[in-house]
Design a binder for this molecule. Structure first.
Ligand code: NAP
Length: 268
């Protein structure tokens, strides 16, 4: 029970990676605040945890809105007294090709993906600093590490990595660790729109993954729990790619190098 007596707040806890994270945290003893945009989705996660004998409450918040976040954070603190673990997970991914999407799409991605980390963290951090302990795990993406399209989303995800580093360095001396995971393609509802247009998308993407499959929400939850746990007590400010090896190298380049090397051998 790595998280016995810990109180965790997970944004976007009503779906996908956030939901899997809530379930795993609860199974390892944490009490959970499930925060999400849609009350019924947060409630479903909290109910499942309660049905399994755990302890969870559901709260509604738009993480891109300061007033909404303030209300949600107050609700969390009123219910649990304090938050020991924060997972900034809520996100959207809108728009591809900056020449085609409009300014509102840019602003929406930056607000939901990046500004949200600032808004939620500034509500929860003060309590952690007061107690001299806490862990924050942000959920970025491989899009924040390298160019794979969706420029507004990707720029916001890259911003999360720098924000993580700054928070880690600034608040580490006061006992708060801050890390970030960068998932590759993970089978969750965030893909629903793309899957509707391209049902074979995950099969197509699989060939880019050295480990031979795309990710599942549980793969990311496992990494989030590690970084949130005392097993990672000497780790802060790190970006952990959880991506089946996607960003470890360039397989096409490797294939070309090997082919060319083979040809050279043949001709020599
Ligand atoms: P998901 O199943 O769509 O979950 C995202 C959750 O965030 C949803 O419940 C969503 O609510 C909620 N949300 C969206 N906007 C919000 C807002 N303004 N305020 C509060 N909650 C909001 O997607 P997921 O794949 O689990 O995504 C979780 C995180 O992983 C995201 O940050 C995403 O960028 C990141 N990620 C995912 C992948 C992937 O391939 N799945 C890869 C890399 C990174 P609604 O459903 O109501 O919109």
């Amino acid at each position: 029970m790595r998280f016995a007596d810990k109180r965790a707040l997970v944004t976007g806890g009503g779906s996908g990676i956030g939901r899997a994270t809530c379930y795993r945290l609860a199974r390892e003893g944490a009490q959970i605040v499930v925060a999400d945009l849609r009350a019924e989705r947060a409630q479903e996660t909290a109910q499942q945890i309660t049905d399994e004998g755990g302890h969870a409450i559901a709260l509604t918040a738009d993480v891109s809105d300061a007033t909404s976040v303030e209300g949600m954070a107050q609700g969390a603190l009123d219910a649990f007294g304090a938050i020991d673990l924060l997972v900034n997970n809520a996100g959207i991914a809108e728009g591809d090709d900056l020449l085609t999407f409009d300014e509102s799409t840019w602003d929406l991605n930056l607000a939901v993906v990046l500004k949200s980390v600032y808004l939620v963290s500034r509500q929860i951090l003060p309590g952690m600093l007061e107690r001299g302990s806490g862990a924050i795990v942000n959920v970025s993406s491989v899009n924040g590490l390298t160019a794979v399209g969706q420029e507004a989303y990707s720029a916001a995800k890259a911003g999360m990595i720098n924000l993580t580093q700054n928070m880690a360095v600034k608040y580490g001396p006061q006992g708060v660790r801050v890390n970030v995971v960068c998932p590759g393609s993970v089978r969750t509802p965030i893909w629903d729109g793309i899957v509707a247009e391209n049902p074979q998308i995950f099969e197509k993407l699989t060939r880019w993954y050295p480990l031979g499959r795309v990710g599942e929400a549980e793969d990311i939850a496992a990494a989030i729990l590690f970084l949130a746990s005392d097993d990672a007590s000497w780790i802060t400010g790190q970006a952990l790619a959880v991506d089946g090896g996607l960003t470890a190298g360039i397989p096409g380049l490797l294939a070309d190098v090997n082919t060319d090397a083979g040809k050279e051998k043949e001709t020599s």
